[in-house]
Design a protein around this ligand. Sequence first.
Ligand code: CUA
Length: 343
Amino acid sequence: MIARRAAALAMLTIGAPSVRAASGALHDVQVPAGPQAQALFDLWVVMLAVCTLVFIATMAALAFALWRAPRATQETAPDVSSLGGNEPNLARPVALAVALSAVLLFALLVASVFTDRAIARLPLANALHIELTGHQWWWEARYDDAEPSRLFTTANELHVPVGRPVVLTLRADDVIHSFWVPSLHGKKDLIPGRESTLSFRADRAGVYRGPCAEYCGYQHANMTLYVIADEPADYERWAARQRQPAPAPANAQQQRGLDLIVGTTCAMCHTIAGTRAQGRRAPDLTHVASRTTIAAGTMPNNAGTRAAWIANPQRIKPGANMPPHALAPQDLAAINAFLGALQ
Ligand code: CUA
């Protein structure tokens, strides 16, 4: 209960827009959903227990010392010169305290080494491989496969199957970002020009929130990754749909929207598989309507927020790379209708 309240408070202070966007998402170190997060939580509990005991013992010793100390009264100040002679021999208690501190610190060191080993022990047979790239200010995810036709790309929301290990290859496109989904694993930086990996497993279905954890510029607070752990069959259904090209326009308005997208600036930055839009600078929109948020967790994904975003992203996320678009209302509606059908 207290953990829940603390998490709710943390969410309110860390990233209010994202909380509104997906309030059901779990963002809590104290509610681990996989073996890595569990090992880190266990270490946290050990450290909290040891430090609490040390704190209580220290305070008890202080209280005892105050109680035993010679009282000064207004008439007779304590005779300082005599203190040395009356002082009990403290050499042994001090030596004992130093030894105990050293032993406890060493025990915590050992516990942290064991935690590190526990985290690294995840068996990676049959792992799902995802290349995750941090951009200012969004996440690009490429799902690897031995068969090139089964590769696909998405953004800002990872779906992973429950119970299957996931290996992330982390890269950064511009500045340092940091992956941190506290219910699944600890933090790991994404560093430009340097590749690193992180593996985790989600053992419970759910939505896990991961705010970028390294200050990366103006919109650092609006750079949220959601990890959605699905039952394996649900995951396969989702992945099969992601591998498909975008559905063809279903009516004249959607066709008009597609024509505008490939004929204007949209296609220079965005990819929509199966169309001539093949830009690589911005999130892949092939199945954008299947995502729960837009602009990396900044707003929920619906017709209203999409229209506001396309018209003027700078009002919603100042500094983002997408420029405002002075579109006629019917053109904006057409683009939005096509994007809204990209399930
Ligand atoms: Cu990306 Cu902070």
